[in-house]
Design a protein around this ligand. Structure first.
Ligand code: PDD
Length: 285
């Protein structure tokens, strides 16, 4: 089955999907996006992703053209058409097509694009062994809470990650850990799960929220505050959360061993809770 694309209400084969060169997403990165994955063919936390899509769009003064019910129908239809065992759904809404001018008009019709591709879950051996990360200066703008398609700083960070042959970049702003280039970062300090607070410095991850709720319901203390780079290296455990990485232990950062160099007890417990959460039909749309 070929990958599926959707443009402004119509499903087309991905190879035939085209947008104008005057689309403001192409010319200015003037748009927002979401990445959603399925478990057993059903989208996980679709409501949370749609809520964030609304927040991102509102922050850019961009009106989403569909109701949540319509988005849900389109996502389900895309999954059905692609018929992969597991799918990754990419939704992008840009301000639309207009002659190039930085300022925009309220009249412009947004361009909605969705793709549905096969999702290949991470190798279980990575989960068992944990991964390596590197720190990189966080050079992003002041509204990282908006899931905008402007991803240049993330692109450069991920390329450094590729060249260094590690798994993820942990971004550092003024000596503090903000998040990963494509994930949120959590640390465990003396039994407490600590992660950067919601606000303009991080993307409020849908997985982050799920994992913090799981930690609380497990009776683990949770603190939403910044951790310094120095404290990161001395944390008992460090882990990543995200749609594509789920809950993933980091066992080495900048060549320094974290904790015992193996996934610690809390990340193992939260990863197990996360696995049972995504197995629950209630979590799936
Ligand atoms: N990114 N922080 C950043 C900067 C991200 O790009 C992502 C996800 C997350 C985790 O958010 P969530 O749990 O809602 O997936 C945090 C997606 C997967 C991407 O850009 O491909």
């Amino acid at each position: 089955m070929p990958d599926v694309a959707f443009i402004n209400g119509t499903f087309v084969p991905l190879a035939e999907a085209k947008v104008s060169i005057e689309d403001r997403g192409f010319q200015f990165g003037d748009g927002v996006y979401e990445v959603i994955r399925t478990y057993r063919g059903r989208p996980f936390a679709l409501e949370g992703h749609l809520a964030r899509l609304h927040r991102s769009a509102t922050a850019l003064d961009l009106a989403l053209p569909y109701s949540n019910a319509e988005w849900t129908d389109y996502v389900r239809e895309g999954i059905k058409r692609a018929s992969y065992p597991e799918a990754k759904i990419y939704i992008q809404v840009t301000r639309g097509v207009a002659p190039r001018d930085h300022a925009y008009s309220a009249e412009t019709t947004p361009t909605v694009v969705m793709t549905v591709r096969e999702f290949h879950p991470l190798d279980r051996s990575l989960q068992a062994a944990g991964v390596e990360a590197m720190t990189i200066e966080d050079i992003r703008w002041g509204r990282c809470d908006i899931k905008s398609v402007n991803l240049l700083a993330n692109v450069l960070a991920r390329q450094q990650v590729r060249q260094a042959q590690v798994f993820e970049a942990i971004l550092i702003k003024e000596g503090l850990v903000t998040e990963g280039a494509v994930s949120n970062v959590m640390v465990v300090q003396r039994g407490t799960v600590v992660t950067a607070p919601e606000g303009p410095r991080i993307l409020s991850g849908v997985t982050r929220a799920t994992v913090l709720n799981l930690a609380r319901s497990e009776g683990l203390p949770v603190q939403e505050r910044f951790v310094s780079q120095a404290d990161l290296y001395h944390a008992d455990e460090v882990f990543l959360t995200g749609t594509t990485v789920e809950v993933l232990a980091v066992v080495r950062i900048d060549g320094k061993i974290i904790g015992g160099g193996r996934p610690g007890p809390i990340v193992q417990r939260l990863a197990a809770c996360f696995t049972s959460r995504v197995s629950s039909p209630l979590a799936l749309a």
